[in-house]
Design a protein around this ligand. Structure first.
Ligand SMILES: [Ca+2]
Length: 174
C-alpha cells in the first residue's frame, strides 16, 4: 500500500512538474472513459443470446445438411434403380432388335431362295428345250432328241433298266 501511494505521489509530482505529461494523462483518462462508456453499452446477455441463437442455427443447418445428404443418397439410389431398369430395357430392346434383324435376314434369304428356285425352274440346264421344272431327265446329251419330259431315248432306256433292276433287287431282297 505504501508503495502504491509512493508511486501515485511520484506520478503526481512528475505530472505537476511536466505539463505535457499531464495533458497526456488527461487524454488517457478521456480515452479510458470513452472505452468504459462503450463497454457499458455492450449488452452481454444479448451477446450470449445471439451466440446461442447462432449455435442453434448452425445445428439446424447441420441437421438440414444431414437431411439433404440423406435425400441425395436416396435420389442416387433411385437413379441407380432407374439406370438398372433402363439397362435391362435397353438389353431387351437390343435383343429384340437382333431377333427382328435375324427375321429380316431369314425373310430375305427365303425370298432370295424362292427367286433362285424360280430362276432354276425357268432355266434349261441341258439345253434340250424343256425347262428344268418340267425336265424329268437332267443332263440330256446336247442336241439329242427328247420327248415332252426332256428325256432322250437313251435316257428312257436307262430309266427302264434301272427300274427293272430296282424291281428285281427288291423282289430278290424280299
Ligand atoms: Ca433333259
Amino acid at each position: 500500500m505504501k508503495k502504491i501511494l509512493l508511486i501515485l505521489g511520484l506520478i503526481s509530482f512528475v505530472s505537476c512538474t511536466n505539463p505535457s505529461m499531464e495533458r497526456g494523462l488527461e487524454s488517457l483518462n478521456s480515452a479510458l472513459a470513452e472505452l468504459e462508456a462503450a463497454m457499458s453499452e455492450v449488452n452481454v446477455d444479448q451477446m450470449i443470446t445471439d451466440i446461442s441463437t447462432m449455435q442453434d442455427q448452425i445445428e439446424l443447418i447441420e441437421n438440414d445438411v444431414q437431411v439433404y445428404e440423406e435425400q441425395v443418397t436416396e435420389w442416387e439410389s433411385q437413379i441407380q434403380t432407374i439406370l438398372a431398369d433402363l439397362e435391362s430395357v435397353t438389353a431387351l430392346v437390343e435383343s429384340s432388335a437382333t431377333n427382328d434383324q435375324l427375321q429380316d435376314i431369314l425373310d430375305d434369304l427365303e425370298h432370295n431362295q424362292s427367286l433362285i428356285d424360280m430362276l432354276v425352274a425357268v432355266a434349261d440346264y441341258d439345253y434340250d428345250g424343256v425347262l428344268n421344272a418340267l425336265d424329268q431327265c437332267p443332263d440330256t446329251v446336247l442336241n439329242a432328241t427328247v420327248n415332252g419330259q426332256g428325256c432322250s431315248e437313251v435316257q428312257l432306256a436307262e430309266i427302264a433298266a434301272a427300274t427293272a433292276s430296282s424291281t428285281t433287287t427288291s423282289s430278290t431282297g424280299g
